[in-house]
Design a protein. Structure first.
Length: 337
């Protein structure tokens, strides 16, 4: 029987690994390895087992307001996901804090309000790896990482979860070559039956799809697939393909590469909220094949389908996994290689 984890007033529901009742004292912090949305990320060792983990601190600026809503959402979503290409949230631990009683003695009976998310430790992130001097991914390696990314994303999407911040620094890789999608701080459940509006101010600018830049508030898994297309091309091209300076510039860069939207290539484009203000000043033709003519033709076929302007025609993760690109020589390598 799984336990119910409670941290302060929060009930996180079913919680298989441990009861959520342990404190940060079970871990020895080794070093800070990153800065997350709501606090620092540390490499740490679990004292009992010696296992190396990543601890993500969730700071509570104001105790009366409790945990940031984004942190609660991230925990709830991660708690439901269990897949080899999605980062594993192992447990939540509380920080005892260092309050003092009236005599000035430390009083650890109440924790200050900080909690830590405990993750399996990952050695690298995709962009960090590929920016290393002297590192060149081979085509089988690129295929292997892309396959893992698509497999993890397909799993999220069939569970009705949109990640909404797919980019290289959120794709963590361990020394066994396993890629795991991380940072679910912006993730959301897909509203049922197209109801409910979502914010369009998500996804890091360079990886943000045209429908969000044109103000759409009803959208689906296709937003993540655009980001996958940007990463795929970046891996083959060795530099970001759409490095916009601001939102209008981002949209312009997309139009220059993918052509201007019209009712033929994207029925309904002109109905997006900001179309009239942001529509291209002149018609532009699609240049994906011309710009990336040095890519092999199967890679180009897949890229064309990922960087499709109309989100309803953009390829989904499952179909992308079936693309000939992954089933042709050179084949994806074993992750360990
Ligand atoms: P996040 O808020 O999840 O984006 O985390 C911020 C940074 O902390 C990341 O860019 C990574 O460098 C690092 N990080 C997060 N999770 C892990 C993990 N499980 N293993 C190793 N490093 C991590």
């Amino acid at each position: 029987m799984s336990k119910i984890a409670e941290v302060g007033q929060l009930n996180f529901g079913e919680w298989p690994p441990r009861g959520g009742s342990r404190t940060i004292d079970c871990f020895e912090k080794l070093e800070q390895i990153g800065e997350g949305t709501y606090g620092q990320v540390y490499m740490a060792r679990e004292i009992e087992s010696g296992e190396i983990v990543a601890l993500k601190r969730i700071r509570m600026e104001n105790e009366t307001e409790g945990l940031p809503v984004t942190a609660i959402r991230e925990i709830k979503i991660l708690n439901e996901l269990d897949h080899e290409n999605v980062i594993k949230l192992k447990e939540i631990v509380t920080s005892p804090g260092r309050r003092r009683d009236e005599q000035g003695r430390p009083d650890d009976s109440k924790y200050k309000g900080g909690i830590y998310m405990v993750f399996e430790y990952m050695d690298h992130d995709l962009m960090g790896l590929y920016k290393r001097p002297g590192v060149r991914f081979t085509v089988p390696q690129i295929k292997c990482y892309m396959k893992q990314l698509l497999t993890g994303l397909h799993y999220c999407h069939i569970h009705q979860i949109l990640h909404r911040d797919i980019k290289g620094s959120n794709l963590l890789i361990n020394n066994e070559g396993n890629l795991k999608i991380a940072d679910f701080g912006l993730a959301r459940y897909l509203p049922p039956n197209d109801r409910g509006n979502l914010t369009n101010r998500v996804i890091t600018l360079w990886y943000r799809p045209p429908e969000l830049l044109l103000g759409a508030t009803k959208y689906g898994p296709a937003v993540d697939m655009w980001s996958v297309g940007c990463i795929f091309a970046e891996l083959l091209n060795w530099k970001p393909i759409l490095p916009g300076k601001d939102e209008p510039d981002q949209l312009n860069k997309i139009f220059e590469l993918c052509g201007s939207p019209d009712e033929n290539n994207w029925p309904g484009a002109s109905l997006t909220p900001w179309y009239d203000n942001l529509k291209p000043t002149r018609p532009m033709k699609r240049r994906v094949r011309e710009v990336f003519q040095h890519f092999d033709s199967l890679a180009l076929d897949l890229l064309e389908r990922l960087l499709t302007l109309d989100p309803s025609q953009r390829i989904c993760a499952r179909d992308a996994l079936d693309a000939d690109y992954f089933w042709a020589d050179p084949f994806p390598c074993d992750p360990k290689r």
